[in-house]
Design a protein around this ligand. Structure first.
Ligand code: PEP
Length: 257
């Protein structure tokens, strides 16, 4: 059985300016002294707004803090006349290593289609960034098609053209569970994460499916993280609201199965 390092990823969304960002990372680092991520048994990733990346990267580097740095989005283009866009090349230069793609808030408020999501996945891979591909059904989808049909179709489209040896992360985030306080049950999360792993096996091969991390996201907090982590196909969590609360996020990272 391939062992997958659990990934606890904090999506800060549009919260915290660069000064607040530095303060949060410092406090989190102190709260985690002697925690598991120090020995590499858990990977911790933070995804601040673009304007915070430089400050956070400088702090991680100076204090040798073992958090992975991520961005919340990137352009499909590498450079040029695309006002307001941020390219994968720029992120890579800032020591960013992961990038969230297709978050439901981007799909909803910025009309990101599956085609745009797929193009962003390709853009990330061009710059050796690990795409954290978000998929998930709305409550309407859930009623009409059940839990897994929409996330499965979204993942199939997002990874079309991805080579089997690429490193990617998949995040199953039911839209109805994001920011609602109403998390999926561990059994629901396991069922869909297992289906998503089947898609990976089918499209990218058994080895890739066995080593790729599939996360659950949606109202994860200290009180429910362990129940998700006990599920065999849930390899970590993408955490929104709770990731900017120091003690709460530290407790999530310290989960005990
Ligand atoms: C998210 O936005 O990715 C998320 C999971 O949010 P929350 O944890 O606040 O539900």
């Amino acid at each position: 059985v391939t062992k997958r390092t659990p990934l606890i990823a904090g999506n800060w969304k549009m919260n915290l300016d660069h000064l607040q960002a530095v303060a949060l990372v410092q406090k989190l680092h102190w709260a985690l002294k002697d925690a598991k991520h120090e020995d590499g048994s858990v990977e911790v990733a933070v995804f601040p707004p673009f304007t915070d990346l430089r400050s956070v990267q400088t702090l991680l580097d100076a204090d040798k803090i073992a958090f992975t740095l991520g961005a919340q989005d990137l352009s499909t283009h590498d450079e040029g006349a695309y006002t307001g866009e941020i390219s994968g090349a720029f992120l890579k230069k800032l020591a960013v290593s992961q990038v969230i793609i297709g978050h439901s808030e981007r799909r909803e408020y910025h009309a990101e289609t599956d085609e745009v999501v797929a193009a962003k996945v390709q853009a990330a891979l061009r710059h050796e960034l690990v795409p954290v591909i978000c998929v998930g059904e709305t409550s309407e989808d859930l009623e009409k098609h059940g839990a897994s049909a929409v996330p499965v179709a979204q993942l199939e489209k997002a990874i079309a053209g991805v080579p089997a040896d690429a490193e990617i992360v998949v995040a199953y985030e039911p839209v109805w569970a994001i920011g609602s306080g109403q998390a999926a049950t561990p059994q629901q999360a396991q069922e869909v994460c297992a289906k998503l792993r089947e898609v990976l096996a089918d499209r990218l091969g058994a080895d890739t499916a066995a080593r790729t991390r599939v996360l659950y996201g949606g109202s994860v907090k200290a009180a429910n993280i362990a129940s998700f982590m006990r599920e065999p196909d849930v390899d970590g969590a993408l955490v929104g609201g709770a990731s900017i609360k120091v003690d709460e996020f530290a407790s999530i990272i310290r989960f005990e199965k």
